[in-house]
Design a protein around this ligand. Structure first.
Ligand SMILES: [Zn+2]
Length: 469
């Protein structure tokens, strides 16, 4: 009998502690994800509000009105078609077809759910409910220019951020969408609802060498003074060999030269020496396998395989291939961290919110998302990325009169069996603190990163530097 009572007590204690854990998790999840759940297009309360509230306007950082409500109560997108399409994934649409757009994601502000006491009191008297106007960080004119520059025959994405504040200046995704003509919306076209800049998962190509480099600098004290002998190929095991594109080999190269020239042999050897655990730890500190649930936007997770065993795959992972996937916005944030002394800033989409009584709340306070690397490592990475632009594969990203740092990638589309051209990548930044711009560009099936993506990024940077700043 005693034994049974003891057992009952133990089970009861276990159940109580499980219940406590579950409640704790519930409150944490509501606190952490509340606004995300709130803004899902399936929220009936939100749908009901749309009928009786006049939604606020969506403006770009310079005050250009990107969405407003006309006298008949219809939602309109007043800018000309070119701009409307260019910002379509940022603004979104009233039906929630593009669920990550501001129309849906910032609905709590636009529909007045975050109103203060004075505003609620004013509503009681006037009987009218008007939501808040939201001023985004995005520069619509610059984003329109990006759309114009983007290679016509290709899809892809561009993310451009201010690496000191985390403000998102452009978030371009192609194919575009037109919120003013939902009837022309071709939902059958693959991934048109996705914002590829924040939700597109791509093989990162040699851009990943940034992570391998940081891992090597952190773990191998002598690595900067090493010289690698590259013959163009290196046997890893019986089945797998590392090869350089072109195959001719880089000869004797320092680590810096190996990075600037994107030498697969040097970086594959480093990955083998570092091993899967160290490489994964560095990748995760830089945001891989992490959940980027930011206040103003969602960035899908970039993935580093957790079960990396085979030497062959390990070697190729350190170079650029395997099961790695990366999201353009995340890579822009990594580039930004290299420029910002190792600190990755939290991306921000909202500059300020103006309530229906005219009160303006500033929402742009910069926050550090994570410390990706030490300031010392960031300094070395910075010098290497500058070398990649000045004397390496990223030379086409150069902008006259500015110090530009970058890394290119040419990601083979494995599943295509060689039918499609590789995805062209570039990530980089302007090293001058006067123009704290970091960028990631991916041109799907665009071919060589050094040709297509680097030159596109160079043109975009030139526009951004000459523009409002
Ligand atoms: Zn090489």
């Amino acid at each position: 009998m005693k034994q049974i009572r003891k057992n009952v007590r133990a089970v009861l204690a276990l159940m109580l502690s499980l219940f406590a854990c579950l409640s704790g998790y519930f409150f944490y999840a509501v606190y952490d994800n509340g606004s995300r759940w709130f803004t899902t297009p399936y929220n009936t309360r939100l749908r009901a509000a749309k009928g009786r509230v006049t939604p606020g306007d969506i403006l770009d950082r310079n005050g250009v009105v990107l969405a407003t409500t006309d006298e008949s109560g219809a939602r309109v997108y007043p800018v000309e078609e070119r701009m409307r399409r260019a910002v379509s994934h940022v603004v979104g649409d009233v039906d929630g077809d593009v669920p990550t757009g501001a129309e849906t994601f910032l609905a709590a502000d636009l529909l007045g759910f975050r109103a203060g006491i004075a505003e609620r009191a004013a509503r009681l008297f006037s009987g009218e409910v008007r939501g808040a106007d939201v001023r985004l960080t995005v520069d619509a004119a610059l984003q329109t220019e990006i759309a114009r520059l983007f290679p016509e025959a290709h899809d892809g994405a561009v993310a451009l951020i201010d690496y000191r504040t985390g403000e998102v200046l452009a978030l371009y995704s192609k194919p575009e969408y037109d919120a003013a003509r939902p009837e022309g919306f071709d939902g059958s076209r693959e991934g048109v609802r996705l914002n590829r800049a924040t939700q597109g998962r791509y093989a990162p190509g040699s851009v990943f060498k940034i992570v391998t480099l940081v891992c090597a600098l952190e773990n191998l004290p002598d690595v900067e003074s090493r010289v690698f002998d590259c013959a163009g190929s290196l046997k890893v095991d019986d089945e797998v060999s590392l090869t350089d594109s072109g195959g001719a080999g880089h000869g004797r190269v320092t680590l810096k030269e190996a990075f600037a020239k994107s030498c697969n042999i040097a970086f594959g050897s480093l990955a083998l020496e570092l091993g899967p655990d160290k490489l994964r730890q560095t990748a995760e500190r830089m945001g891989f396998n992490g959940n980027f649930l930011f206040e103003d936007l969602i960035v899908y997770e970039s993935r580093f395989p957790k079960d990396l065993q085979e030497e062959g795959e390990l070697a190729w992972t350190g170079v650029d291939q395997g099961r790695l996937t990366a999201v353009p916005m995340h890579l822009a944030m990594i580039a930004g961290a290299a420029a910002n002394g190792g600190k990755m800033m939290q991306p921000q989409m909202v500059l300020s919110v103006r309530d229906s009584l005219g009160g303006v709340r500033d929402r742009s306070a910069p926050k550090v998302a994570q410390e990706c690397m030490s300031e010392e490592v960031a300094g070395i990475l910075n010098a290497y990325m500058i070398a990649a632009v000045e004397e390496g594969t990223a030379s086409k990203a150069a902008v006259a009169g500015e110090t530009i740092a970058g890394k290119t990638g040419t990601a083979q589309v494995n599943s295509s069996g060689g039918r499609y051209s590789p995805h062209a990548w570039y990530v980089g930044y302007c090293a001058s603190q006067e123009h704290p711009l970091a960028i990631a560009v991916v041109v799907e099936n665009g071919g060589s990163g050094g040709e297509v993506a680097a030159s596109l990024a160079g043109e975009i940077m030139r526009c951004a530097i000459q523009g409002a700043r």
